[in-house]
Write a protein that binds this ligand. Sequence first.
Ligand code: SAM
Length: 324
Amino acid sequence: MLVCVACHSELDVSEDRLDCRACGASYPVHPSYIAMRDEREAEREPQTWQAKAQEEREYAEIAERLARAGVERFATHLNFGYVPNGRPQRAVIEPEAHGLNRNSLRLLLEVVGDADLRGRDVVDIGCGRGGNSAALVRYFQPRLLVGLDLCEANIAFCSARNRLPQVSYLVGDAERLPFAEESFEVALNIESAHAYPHRERFYREVCRILRPGGVLLYTELMLAEEARHHLRMLEEAGLLIERDEDMTANVLLSCDENARQRTGQQGIAAVSGTLGVSTGTDSTSTPSAITDIGDFIALPGSRKYEEMRRGERVYRMMKLVKPD
Ligand SMILES: C[S@@+](CC[C@H](N)C(=O)[O-])C[C@H]1O[C@@H](n2cnc3c(N)ncnc32)[C@H](O)[C@@H]1O
């Protein structure tokens, strides 16, 4: 199923590398995961490479701070979460009343809705710290689950924590997926795509790796004026829009709760003082890869939160289908 990200050719496997005979790309095999990025992109597209490097630095820093604060094992989700507000829900499973990361779990169950994942091949693109992948296995029993993320620290964490035989993790780039055509029946993408410099590449890549009839379960915060543009790009990539809902009100409720409990993005709020950036209440002079943690996790009063409240940013939840 793994192919060269640059030319989609088959790879030669040795103990410590995967090599592409067709184009010369080479991918290192670490003891617990494989790094599937084509480093030649750094020369071909330096700006794109730099933007991704910055993204990776931010998440590596978060991973380090969570570990240092001793809360890393609880911090398995990196999303805003979802709180019901009385409107009809899609989730067919109710998470435990007092479980950890409950709002993030609700978000996942809401985007999955009644999609059939049992016995399917599923990829979680931008899997972060693996909480969604683990929950998918627990609640839906896919045949196979692959988690892919740009950030090596996240993948190292996922690989160390999650040792189920049907789950594997890879370092990779959503814009250049290391999978053969029609590898998966379901792709999940939660709050990751805003960071992709060329989102249309990601949409095309997802369509390529999905089997006919396969689905993309997708959530993202976007500027209200951009939403239509994204729908058009998804359609141009070959995906049909089966569901597209505005969940901003539910996400705002979750942000309010996160702020009250200091669990924003599942622990980042709790260690924000140690991130060396201001949350509005904390500030130190330690340099950080993240310029504004309050905005990063959409604390009430932050720019992102207020834009959501005013309807300038919308949280969209979608189900897209690759036609048969
Ligand atoms: C806000 S977190 C969401 C993580 C996870 N989906 C969740 O809900 O907990 C965004 C994740 O996207 C990853 N990411 C950013 N750019 C990426 C790219 N080009 N390819 C793959 N992952 C990427 C980041 O490393 C980060 O782990």
